[in-house]
Write a protein that binds this ligand. Structure first.
Ligand code: CAA
Length: 257
């Protein structure tokens, strides 16, 4: 498929999606939404891909939803099309999705990064929910996901003031897993994704599903869910292989079954 607003490639077993609207700092318009979701869904179905990375440019991961596209929208249009709801399709991708964030991740850009399974940040990354400065509020999950990542106090301050958080504060607050030098971001993200893609794909997918359940369930329900999924892993040939390889002091040859 030919894309207009993103670049799509595979590096080994990693699917790489690069947002590519440099003149608009990768602002997320409806075309970007359609293409990012389509590319991620195609990678999810591609047996040669084990993990996905979403990135932007060194200056901007994404500076938010496209303000120029949104400005004339009416309430009834937004309601009837359930504006932004299609981004939820990204959260239904079953393979791990890593956000590699350099530069601005603002509004929808920050929210897109938070839809991914974890965020690797460049040391020049800046995160924020500046919607309040436009007379609106986050609409792609920011008020809910940011609060779960960084806690109520910081999320509330960021959403109410539009203040940006730098990479170190984002790491300290639990928003990002790690900070790396900007020049090394893509290589590091591809390395991490490549490592994940070497493991048993069904095991990786079960880990992703189970960790994500922790946001939806009580602790008791989540622990029971974890145990049941863990039990089911004993049906995997890869469990037999992984444990045999350990015992025989050799590297495991996973076959994704
Ligand atoms: N939508 C549309 N266009 C955008 C944009 C956005 N979110 N962000 C930047 N652009 C465009 C600018 O209009 C400009 O285009 P022109 O050259 O045609 O004027 C181009 O990108 C470069 O931007 P700047 O000249 O502003 O670059 P800068 O380096 O001076 O500033 C910035 C960078 C601080 C990120 C600034 O661009 C900015 O504040 N952008 C808007 C950030 C924002 O408010 N995001 C939230 C959007 S609302 C939202 O996301 C809702 C939601 O919950 C999903």
């Amino acid at each position: 498929m030919a894309y207009e607003t993103i670049l799509v490639e595979t590096r080994g077993r990693v699917g790489l999606i690069t947002l590519n609207r440099p003149k608009a700092l990768n602002a997320l318009n409806s075309k970007v939404l359609e293409e990012v979701v389509a590319a991620a869904e195609a990678f999810d179905e591609n047996a040669k891909v084990g993990a996905i990375v979403i990135t932007g440019s060194e200056k901007a991961f994404a500076a938010g939803a496209d303000i120029k596209e949104m400005q004339p929208k009416t309430y009834i249009e937004a309601y009837m099309e359930d504006f932004f709801a299609d981004w939820e399709r990204l959260t239904r991708i079953r393979k791990p999705v890593i956000a590699a964030v350099a530069g601005y991740a603002l509004g929808g850009g920050c929210e897109l990064a938070m839809m991914c399974d974890f965020i690797l940040a460049a040391d020049n990354a800046k995160f924020g929910q500046p919607e309040i400065t436009l007379g609106v509020m986050p609409g792609m999950g920011g008020s809910q996901r940011l609060t779960r990542f960084v806690g109520k106090s910081k999320a509330m301050e960021m959403c109410l003031t539009g203040r940006m958080m730098d990479a170190l504060e984002a790491e300290r607050s639990g928003l990002v897993s790690r900070v790396v030098p900007a020049g090394e971001l893509i290589e590091e993200a591809l390395k991490v994704a490549g490592k994940i893609a070497e493991f048993s794909l069904p095991a990786v997918m079960m880990v992703k599903e189970t960790v994500n359940r922790s946001y939806e369930m009580t602790l008791a329900e989540g622990l029971r869910f974890e145990r049941r999924v863990f039990h089911s892993m004993f049906a995997l040939a890869d469990q037999k292989e992984g444990m045999a390889a350990f015992t025989e002091k050799r590297s495991a040859q996973f076959r994704n079954r």
